[in-house]
Write a protein that binds this ligand. Sequence first.
Ligand SMILES: [Zn+2]
Length: 166
Amino acid sequence: METCPDCGVVLPGLGAERHAYMGGSASCWALYGQVLEREYSSPAYMKVHRTTVDAYAAQHPGLPDPRAIQSVNVHLVALFLTLDRKAHPDFVRRVLSRLARDKGTLKWLSPPAHLGEITVADVIEATDADAHHHLVMQWGGAVWRAWSPHHAGIIALAERVSRDLS
Ligand SMILES: [Zn+2]
């Protein structure tokens, strides 16, 4: 068995490669791949894809590599805009591409000790699209709450970029 160093999920070890810069155990990453496959193969599951990607990435910050810095900031901004502001996915996408352009100004956010009580192992248990939708939104909310020490900075960043775009 192996424990994911980021989300803490315990799964049978795969002895496989980890993601290049995101944190997480190989088995956690593989389970996330199964969740994505489910979304790609069904429009009903795909509806919450944005939040699936954001929740997983923000829950697996990895180490302060430039790509990880960008990933954590961008996906936390997306969680905030989606969950708190109920922003349209197209608007979230525009904000994120602007952030990617300004990535040199982003800073590493030191991860909190716990990154949320829901993991990809809970989400994979969904037996239909409604349950999947519900679990993914719960997951995104749990990850967003876990990062509360950095909420002020992320909200300021999201609002600055949103203002620039409107
Ligand atoms: Zn994990």
